[in-house]
Design a protein around this ligand. Structure first.
Ligand SMILES: Cc1ncc(COP(=O)(O)O)c(C=O)c1O
Length: 379
């Protein structure tokens, strides 16, 4: 437990909540949770399921109907042939990550992770008595690894590389060409690649993509939380390479018995045409917010050295203003009511110089946040 850290941003959120209780207006840009809410057809499907279904446990792998729907989505959206047998429905991407890493990591195995990266990953590895190796990444590779990093950091103990594209906290993507080179380098070393694609449909300057269009040997993580705005429904999925289906099933049975049943019935509606149209509108709205935020922050002196082309985050360098992003975030919250996440949660590589903004709040709120930051920084 000593190696498991808390989410540092929680402290900031608590302060934000306390300020709100005192009547202050807080603009929340610290949480990676879309503000659009659950799509109406999903709520409708859930309401019908509540009336008609028994809602007992399902298969540990998820309902046949949902696994089929996910498989169809890969086919229609990405021309990727992913049979339902390789899809395991999980309690969010979190459970998918835990199952994938449990399949791969034995005590003392090393797992290569990105720094900055999603905070829970290194804790999952520690929990399995593996060793997280956090590769320091900077703007020169858009905070993403390349096959050179695999060469540099792979050791005899390394078992896997886990990355996310688009990434949290940076919003940056890896091109299919580079990802393929990474996958080749991992394969040459008899390792496994885990790709977290939780934001893969939320891209702006590039087409959405999945590694499953061109490789079948990666473990792929995804979720209904972000693109479909269903964080609280706790539903995601894992795609395993052929040969891992049975082991994944055994783990899913033992760890979770089954993913949430009501959420599974509801999520079928995620793939209906009207829902996908609504999601496309949301994606365009995210893009507008991103453009506003990038322009605004850049003109205020925040360094945005690698353009975020996906997810809903901007990872900004604040070294021109402070050498302590944590205190900077707390002070900015106190003075302006704008809440952002300090770099500390995302790793040990230059966290003091970075903060993350999530544009999961309304366009007009982002405009207001920029105005407040402008007045504060000028003074
Ligand atoms: C990169 C990444 N992976 C996984 C998760 C966990 O998502 P879920 O809500 O599906 O468990 C998150 C949540 O923020 C994330 O950013």
């Amino acid at each position: 437990m000593a190696s498991i850290e808390p989410f540092h941003v929680v402290e900031l959120m608590e302060r934000a909540r306390a300020l709100e209780q005192q009547g202050r207006n807080i603009i929340h840009m610290e949480v990676g949770e879309p503000d659009f809410g659950t799509p109406a057809p999903v709520i409708q499907a859930a309401t019908q399921a509540l009336q008609r279904q028994s809602l007992g446990y399902t298969s540990a792998l998820g309902t046949a109907a949902l696994r089929e729907a996910i498989s169809n989505f890969y086919q229609t959206r990405f021309r990727a042939n992913v049979p339902p047998e390789r899809i395991i429905v999980t309690s969010g991407a979190s459970a998918a990550l835990l199952i994938a890493l449990s399949l791969l990591v034995s005590p003392e195995d090393e797992v290569l992770l990105t720094d900055p990266g999603y905070p829970c990953n290194r804790h999952f590895v520690s929990l399995l008595n593996g060793t997280p190796i956090c590769m320091p990444l900077d703007h020169t590779t858009a905070y993403q690894p390349t096959s050179d990093h695999v060469v540099k950091y792979w050791s005899e103990k390394t078992r896997a590389l886990l990355l996310a594209t688009p990434s949290n906290p940076t919003g940056t993507c890896i091109s299919p060409e580079t990802l393929n080179l990474i996958a080749e380098a991992v394969k040459q070393r008899r390792g496994n690649l885990v790709v977290d694609e939780i934001y893969n449909v939320l891209t702006y300057d590039l087409p959405a993509s999945t590694i499953l269009s061109y490789r079948q040997d990666a473990f792929v993580i995804n979720s209904f939380s972000k693109y479909w705005g269903m964080t609280g429904w706790r539903l995601g999925w894992l795609v395993v390479p052929m040969g891992y289906e049975r082991d994944a099933e055994k783990l899913a049975q033992n760890l979770f018995i089954s993913p949430p049943t009501l959420a599974q019935h509801a999520a079928i509606a995620c793939f209906h045409e009207d829902t996908l149209e609504e999601m496309e509108m949301r994606r365009l709205e995210f893009q507008k917010r991103r453009d506003l935020l990038i322009d605004g922050l850049s003109s205020l002196g925040f360094g945005i050295n690698a353009k975020p082309s996906g997810a809903f985050y901007v990872y900004a360098n604040v070294s021109g203003m402070t050498q302590d992003s944590y205190t900077f975030s707390l002070e900015t919250l106190e003075k302006t009511g704008v809440a952002m996440t300090p770099g500390l949660d995302f790793g040990a590589h230059a966290p003091d110089q970075h903060v993350r903004f999530a544009y999961t709040t309304h366009y007009s709120q982002i405009e207001q946040a920029l105005e407040r930051l402008f007045s504060h920084l000028r003074s």
